[in-house]
Design a protein around this ligand. Structure first.
Ligand code: NAD
Ligand code: UDP
Length: 317
């Protein structure tokens, strides 16, 4: 297959590029480096089966040659990151998704959209199943991301109605090597703070929950969705639910850090609880996560110790 991956220089996208490349596919990575990094894909650049296009997906996608599948991952994804660039985030989800869909339609290619558990907003049902329509504030501080992703889902559904072979993955909180330590998400904040011996910043009372999925599990799910002609939407995530305070304590334990916990105000509209029902992924993709959170966090922490000594400061490696 020849697969186009938008957002391929980002955290999840770079792992997806690598996994598809390693199974023998040709990969075209399209990225404007808004939050991605060349170093994430540097090891692939010498391969004749890997090609990088530096391009903003808000302009029509110029990809020459055959295209068998398009995976649309381009989007800012961390709350501080997308809040800083609200219009860019919305237009990437709207115009950008349309351009990626048009590329797939032109080539009669399979299309996979990276959607998010954020389409459920602060969910009124728990765990979240795909038939739940969500509880999103359309003008709140997270709206540029949530509504971009909801519009993108509607756009994909419209293209499916007009004959495009497309599927939607609703990705729940995913972590692993290559996540930026400075992008403000919970796992990387706690890892960076633990390694630097700084206080761990827990927002609110830390009683809100998230369910953390290791990146290799998520990538297996995305590839299953690329390979299987189902439309979804399909939740992809690890159902093991933890409070944010438990996540802080686990990261601190694994790093062996003596950091204290410092409580900070809870951001507005921060979802109270989040856990995927993955029955549909099990049934339709034969997929479920394998990596438990302690193992995944240990691998992520080790990776950061080995690769990010400069960013984490005076770290004992
Ligand atoms: P990331 O920020 O590491 O990667 C996003 C990539 O998209 C970056 O390389 C960035 O440069 C690129 N990009 C952004 N806007 C672009 C544009 N207009 N044109 C071209 N490239 C653009 O984030 P990630 O965590 O790897 O997320 C990847 C995808 O998965 C996103 O669509 C995100 O919404 C979705 N997702 C991620 C998570 C998670 O927990 N990591 C959860 C739910 C959904
Ligand atoms: N969070 C926290 N401390 C931090 C960063 C995040 O307590 O330094 C909390 C945040 O309030 C949220 C959860 O951790 O409840 C997950 O936040 P993240 O930004 O990683 O992703 P979200 O799931 O909110 O999109």
């Amino acid at each position: 297959m020849r697969v186009v991956i938008t957002g391929g220089a980002g955290f999840i996208g770079s792992h997806l590029c690598q996994a598809l490349h390693d199974r023998g596919d040709d990969v075209v990575c399209v990225d404007n480096l808004a939050s991605g990094r060349i170093e994430n894909i540097a090891h692939l650049l010498e391969s004749p089966r890997f090609h990088l296009e530096i391009q903003d997906i808000r302009t029509p996608l110029a990809v020459s040659g055959p295209v068998d599948a398009v995976a649309n991952l381009a989007s800012l994804a961390s709350p501080p990151g997308y809040s800083r660039r609200p219009v860019f985030t919305l237009t990437t989800g709207s115009d950008g998704t349309k351009n990626a869909l048009d590329l797939a339609a032109t080539h009669q290619a399979r299309f996979v959209q990276a959607s998010t558990s954020e389409v459920y907003g602060d969910p009124a049902i728990h765990p979240q199943r795909e038939d739940y329509w969500g509880n999103v504030n359309p003008t709140g501080p997270r709206s540029m991301y949530d509504e971009a992703k909801r519009y993108a889902e509607a756009l994909v559904a419209a293209y499916v109605r007009e004959g495009v072979n497309a599927g939607i993955a609703r990705i729940f909180n995913t972590y692993g090597p290559r996540m930026r330590l400075d992008d403000g998400r919970v796992v990387t904040n706690f890892i960076a703070q633990s390694l630097r011996g700084e206080p761990l910043t827990v927002y609110g009372d830390g009683g809100q929950t998230r369910s953390l999925c290791y990146v290799s599990d998520l990538v297996r799910g995305l590839i299953a969705l690329i390979d299987t002609p189902v439309h979804g939407p399909i939740n992809l995530g690890n159902p093991h639910e933890m409070t944010v305070l438990q996540i802080a304590e686990l990261v601190r334990d694994i790093t062996g850090s003596t950091s204290t916990i410092e409580y900070r105000p809870l951001p507005q509209d921060d979802p109270t609880r989040r856990r995927p029902d993955i029955g549909r992924a099990r049934n339709e993709l034969g997929w479920q996560p394998k990596v438990d959170v302690a193992t995944g966090l240990a691998m992520t922490i080790n990776w950061n110790r080995n690769h990010r000594a400069v960013e984490v400061g005076a770290v004992e490696v």
